[in-house]
Each structure stands twice: as structure tokens, then as C-alpha cells.
Design a protein. Structure first.
Length: 446
């Protein structure tokens, strides 16, 4: 059972020689950065930890956001026997050994919390081995995964665990960790490090929400800084050598961020797939979140293509899901396929124009009454007030159409959707013209 180790309580002693990320691992929830939606005052996970009522759960999130750290904090605060278990090096034999020990502990009134890192690496048989012991309460299982639990964890086991989604750390969260590492004795508090806020911001951007990456990068730039009797100075030159140049040129919160996404959007609108792929790769190379790019591509599918090619939205959704499932760098080709498709698709902004025109009409008169004929009448009073009187059910008519007015009286006859002749929208334009002509003819007969 070499892979099964009781988790040691972390402290500030015996940390010499360890990486900065290990030395600065938070010792309490108060030091823990990010995840306010789970660990803020009054939030459910914080209450569970504080009251020592932790049940089986899965921590799902990207690397470096605190999954293992949170488990270690639970180890300190819980009154249970805590075991750290590796999904990479352990098999069913080791699982059964731990389960037998946990069952024995339960008979003596002792709770066992089993932390399994990278639980998605376990196959179905290995995951099934946990199930009876979770059901009996022999163990409280805490699994950590970077993969979607819905796809990687057995449904039977997943149904017995609460899933907590951990998010990538914000820029401010990362900056907080970097500043603490510079002042805390566990970090560089005794080294008198001089580094600019701009440099810290560049490190935070480069880390892309990963605390481990940020602290490792800080350690690298400090160790390569200029040392003298006053301390260590990190220059822009040192920073540039330790970081790739892209992180200094691409600020995800600044002007260049908006310049590049604008360039992508306008390249797709102008049907230029080469430029669209180029700007997409520029953003990915600069550390942009691929899900952000995918969301903008999905917006483009409706705003600039619309019904000229309804499949564009399907392609956009598929690209977003692919980015979510596999992440960087593998999702780069999925994004490339999506932006190429958007670039070559027929274009129409008719849906976007319809939205803007409808919103303008609402702004002028936000509470235009719903016509009585299309109001619902669930009560006798409403029927007596003529709610729904004269309503025509379209399916009762051969044409599946009626001349009934559905817009408010002040907007009767108003058009918001103006279809183009591009791509498939030409068919919808023809259909709409036929519908309007038929309705106009029917109204003349009245």
C-alpha cells in the first residue's frame, strides 16, 4: 500500500527546497483564493467544512484552481481519518485494501475521508469498487477531476456525490496570491524582492487562471532577478526572458484584447477565412480563453449569418462544446473549423436588425397591451372580459394560417424582420411574402 498515504497536515516548517507553489499552499479557508461562489461567507461548501459535515463530493475544474488544496484544508478541519489516493498509480487491489480499513474504522466509530486526485483516470471497474462503501457510509469520497464528471464518472457513483464546479482564478485572485508570496516568509518575504505591478499583471495574465503556473513563473523571475545587498530586482528584461513575449503584448483586459476579437469578427463578416484563422490563433497564442472565442463565434452565427445558413449556429455550439470538453491546445483546430465555416457561409444580419428594431419599439412604448384575441382566458372573469374572444387556432385551417393580428394595435402592420436574398434566407423571404400576401387578401374579404 505504498500509494496510500495519510495526508500530512501542512505547516510552514520543513518547506525549504520545495517549489514556491508548494510552500505557499493555503493553510486555511481564509488564505484560499477564488471560488467565492462556493467558499464565501454563508456558502454551502464553507458551511459543510466548518461544521465537519462533509459528504461525498466531486471537485471539477481546470488545473491550478485549488482542488487538492481544498482537500488538504478539509484534512485539517475534519475529525476523520484522511487518505490521499492517486488514480494514476493505484488499482482495484489498493482500493479494496483501503475500503477494508475504512470499514473497520467505521465499526469503531471513525469516519474516513478518501481524496482521489484525477478520479476520471479510473476505469468503470475501479469506480464501481467505491460504490458499496460510499453507499454504506464507510467512506466519504472526495474526487478531483479536470474532466466533465457527466462523461467520465459512472452515473451510479456520480448520483451519490455532490459536484462542486471550481472556476479558473480571476486576474485579481492571482495578483493576491503573487503579492502574498512576495511578503510571506514561506515565499520571498525575507528576500526584499522589487517587482513592478505591471510585471505582476503580466505574470497573472500569463497564468491564465492557474495559481500553480503563476507562482512557478514568479519563482522563476525572482530566481533570475538581479541580486545585490539590498535585495532582488526583477527587470523588464528578466521578465521578458522568463515569459513568452506573447503574454506581454496581449492583455486580456486591455485594448489589444478588443482589437483582436474585433479583427476576428470583421474578418468572418468579410468572408476572409485566412484572416479569421490568423486572428483566432493570435488570441489563443496570447493565452485567451478558447471558450470566450467560441462564445463570440456563436454570437456571430446569429448576428451576421442567421437564417442565411441556420447550420452556422449548430457549428458554433459544437465548437463551444469541443472547447469545453478538450480544452487547449487541442481545441485550436475546432475553433479554426468554426471560423472558416462562418467566413464562407452566406451572410445576413436580418435577425440582428429585427432585434434592434423591436427593442426600439419597446423603448418607445414598453407596456403596449397584448391584443385581447391572443390573451389566455383560464378564468370565467377573463372570458367575460373577452380574453381570447375570436381566437383562431391555425391548425384548424387548411392553410395553417389565419389573418389574426398578433402585434399590439399601435404596432399593427409593423415589420421588424426584413429577410435578405442570401443563402437559405431567400427561401424564408419568399415564404414570408406569400404569408403576408395571403393575410392581406383575407383581410380584404372581411
Amino acid at each position: 500500500m505504498d500509494d496510500l498515504t495519510s495526508l500530512p497536515v501542512p505547516d510552514s516548517s520543513g518547506l525549504a527546497g520545495q517549489p514556491l507553489a508548494a510552500r505557499m499552499r493555503p493553510l486555511s479557508l481564509d488564505e484560499f483564493a477564488g471560488q467565492k461562489h462556493l467558499l464565501g461567507e454563508g456558502k454551502v461548501l464553507r458551511r459543510l467544512i466548518a461544521s465537519d459535515t462533509v459528504s461525498s463530493m466531486i471537485f471539477w475544474g481546470p488545473p491550478g484552481v485549488g482542488k487538492t488544496t481544498l482537500a488538504r484544508i478539509i484534512a485539517q478541519q475534519t475529525k476523520a481519518n484522511f487518505i490521499d489516493f492517486s488514480a494514476v498509480t493505484s488499482g482495484i487491489k489498493e482500493i479494496r485494501q483501503v475500503m477494508m480499513q475504512a470499514e473497520e474504522n467505521r465499526m469503531y466509530g471513525m469516519k474516513t475521508i478518501l481524496f482521489v486526485d484525477e478520479i476520471h483516470r479510473f476505469n468503470k471497474a475501479q469506480q464501481d469498487a467505491f460504490l458499496p462503501f460510499v453507499e454504506k457510509g464507510s467512506i466519504v469520497l472526495i474526487g478531483a477531476t479536470t474532466e466533465n464528471p457527466s462523461f467520465e464518472i459512472n452515473s451510479a457513483l456520480l448520483s451519490r456525490c455532490k459536484v462542486f464546479v471550481l472556476q479558473a482564478l480571476s486576474r485579481e485572485d492571482i495578483l493576491l496570491l503573487l503579492r502574498r508570496a512576495l511578503t510571506d516568509d514561506r515565499g520571498f518575504g525575507r528576500e526584499h524582492v522589487s517587482i513592478s505591478e505591471k510585471a505582476l499583471g503580466a505574470i497573472a495574465d500569463f497564468s491564465n487562471g492557474d495559481a500553480r503556473s503563476a507562482l512557478s513563473t514568479l519563482e522563476m523571475v525572482v530566481l533570475n532577478g538581479d541580486a545585490d545587498e539590498k535585495g532582488i530586482t526583477v527587470t523588464d528584461e528578466t521578465l521578458a526572458q522568463c515569459l513568452s513575449r506573447k503574454s506581454l503584448l496581449y492583455d486580456k483586459d486591455g485594448e489589444e484584447h478588443y482589437n483582436l476579437i474585433s479583427a476576428l469578427h470583421k474578418s468572418m463578416r468579410n468572408s476572409d477565412p485566412d484572416a479569421a484563422v490568423y486572428w483566432t490563433m493570435r488570441m489563443l497564442d496570447g493565452g485567451e480563453d478558447p471558450l470566450y472565442i467560441a462564445r463570440r463565434v456563436l454570437r456571430f452565427a446569429a448576428e451576421d449569418i442567421g437564417l442565411a445558413d441556420p447550420r452556422a449556429m449548430e457549428v458554433g455550439v459544437a465548437a463551444y462544446q469541443a472547447c469545453h470538453f478538450i480544452g487547449v491546445p487541442e481545441c485550436n483546430v475546432h475553433l479554426a473549423e468554426a471560423v472558416i465555416y462562418m467566413s464562407l457561409a452566406s451572410k445576413s444580419n436580418a435577425a440582428d436588425v429585427a432585434v434592434m428594431e423591436a427593442q426600439a419599439a419597446i423603448e418607445k412604448e414598453p407596456d403596449a397591451p397584448v391584443p385581447l384575441v391572443i390573451r389566455n382566458a383560464p378564468t370565467t372573469l377573463m372570458k367575460n372580459l373577452d380574453y381570447g374572444k375570436g381566437y383562431q387556432y391555425a391548425h384548424d385551417y387548411a392553410e395553417k394560417l389565419t389573418p389574426m393580428q398578433c402585434l399590439p394595435d399601435n404596432l399593427a402592420g409593423r415589420h421588424f424582420y426584413h429577410p435578405t436574398t442570401q443563402g437559405q434566407e431567400a427561401r424564408y423571404k419568399e415564404r414570408l411574402e406569400q404569408i403576408e400576401a395571403w393575410k392581406a387578401e383575407q383581410r380584404k374579404k372581411k
